[in-house]
Design a binder for this molecule. Sequence first.
Ligand code: ADP
Length: 719
Amino acid sequence: MSDQKQNSPRPPRAPGHLEQEESKLWRLALLFLVLLATGLAALSWERLQNLPYHLGALPIGLLVLSILFAAYAYGRRREVGELKSLLQNLQERAGVTPSEEQLDHLSQLILRSQRSFKELIDSFDDIAFAISLDGTLRTVNRRVSDLLGSPFTEIVGRKIDEFIEEPQRDEADKGLRRFIETRRWSGVVRVRVKGNSRALYFDCVLNAIVKGDEVVGASTLARDVTEEREKERRFTELFETLQEGVYFSRPEGKLLDVNPALVSMLGYSSKEELLAVEPSGLNLNPDEDPVLGRGVDDRGGTRTREITLRRKDATPVIFQDASRAVWDGSGNIIRYQGTLVDVTEKRNMEKQIQQQEEFRQYLLESFPDLILAVDLEERYSFVSSRIRDLLGYRPEDLLGNKIDDLKDHSSELVTLYRDVVSGKQLFAACEYGARHHDGSWRTMRASASRLFDAKGNLSGAIISVRDISIEKKLEQQIIQSERMAAMGQMIGGFAHELNNPLTAILGVSELLQDEGAGEATKKQLSMLQQQARRAAEIVQNLMYFSRPPAPGKSRLNLGELVDRTLHLHAYSLRKSNITVDFLSESGLPPVVGDPHQLMQVFLNLILNAEQAIREARDRGTIRVRLGHTDDSVWATFQDDGPGIAPEILPNIFDPFYTTKRPGRGTGLGLSICKAVLKEYEGNIEAASAPGGGAVFTVMLPIASGGTAVAAEGTATPSS
Ligand code: ADP
């Protein structure tokens, strides 16, 4: 029992002492409450959101502390009550020395009280200690002895610098004066315990211990934030070294923080310089809304978008922005944070590739030939858009189709493809007929060679196709005109040869008639003369047509020219069962032109009409009418053939336009007609006849000073 007394602190021997103990207890309670209040007041909820995350748990810690303290205070109040009643007992019996038993009880109570106070502060997870201004540790909790590696008894009463080498005494003294003034200090302190090289970080709250009016020490509550600091340090390191730009901005776009990568990406020399830039200063167009921050409606999550910012030197830089908003407790966005990846080069490269692609496209489109690629399955895998001009189709009409699927293409193209792909020929060409979408036939020349893929494997054939219809028709035209010239010469000679016997026949038959033959003989002679005259007329016409074109223009009777042409072609028409219904106004005014050329015009129209009729039926009629208006003479040629489809009507006067199979038509007839009539300031028009068939109208201006030319009169060369 006496041992215990010796070891235990001395019990209070006077009532005043007890009161002092009680008030000390209440002061402590007050101190904790003040601590709690200041903690909560200082850290309002909104500001709490702005604090680094490791401080966020402080108020909760304070709350736990206050609950523990309340429990403790309740217990203490009971003990103090007991003490008071004991004291009262003592006082009542003033002058009476308390018994040994009473003193022992008192001492037990105080000891218990101290122990439970110690238990309370030991239960803190954080470091708690009281220190006097000269650095002597007055009270410490278990966490302090754990940290310093010494038992409580060896720590209390000793100077703190005996245990820690950082912060050093003089460093701590620097802030002492300010602490004495403000009586409160909070902040993070780096601590290095002697014998342990690892630096620890503590987030400390120091409150002054005041005796009377004087600050005598500080009560300290410290939380180990080393791990958080480590994380923070690693984050900072990452932030500083990351290749991507990182930013924090206010909702309106003002930058709050940026990493060095972003500073250099935007061409600024320092972070401070960039942070000073107004949000609109980062826009290419300063009048537009800021690009960073609340650029788009935010519903949470990370938004990824492409933005263009302005470098310091005003050049644009394209970024891939992945950012997200940070909200406060009441749902307001307080800032944006995001990463920026410079994709300018990537975009430029893409643009370049796109330009190259476009160039390739233009190249193929402006290439005079149609380019076709056909794969090993014999399907079109590429068709250049020249197909529109060449054959009136769209590339997609052919793409994916089999090469032999297309009707109206002669089979030479397929053979060409197969020859090349099979290796029979490495490079080959052919000519083939293809029908244009409008129905006209074209002659094409195709050249093909083998096509290989990127790995060098055979993937099909590439074929370039050129429309050679013009060349082909020119060729045919030359052959035809050569033939015609030869025929003309032949007919000329032939007509001359026939002229003499015919003249003789006519002369002899007239002589025989004059010599007074019998009635029956006279009748036969007259028939002979009639036929001989008809033959002479045909010969005359043949000679007229085969004569080389007379230089210069003549005044002509159009009716007579048409009549002559019809006569010339009468045999063929008769053979085709075609009747000519010819009616000319009498006394037609003259026109000016080359009779030879104009006969050619009429012959073309009659030939076309004949061919059209023969195409549709085995007999028909060509209706020819001539008349005149105030200033021109007209001739219409109407047939009862199939007529002209409205969609091809605008094309029929184009050179080489033909709907006839190759070899049948040159497509030059109508274009020659147009050219000839244009030369004499006339015109030709085509239309569909009201009852079906086609009608062509030729118009020529009336010759100046023109008077009627006798219908049977011949062309008179103008001098
Ligand atoms: P070609 O007769 O060699 O085809 P043309 O220039 O004379 O050349 O005629 C061009 C096209 O006009 C013909 O292919 C035909 O389609 C159309 N055509 C001309 N005359 C007639 C007609 N009387 N009836 C119907 N179509 C015609």
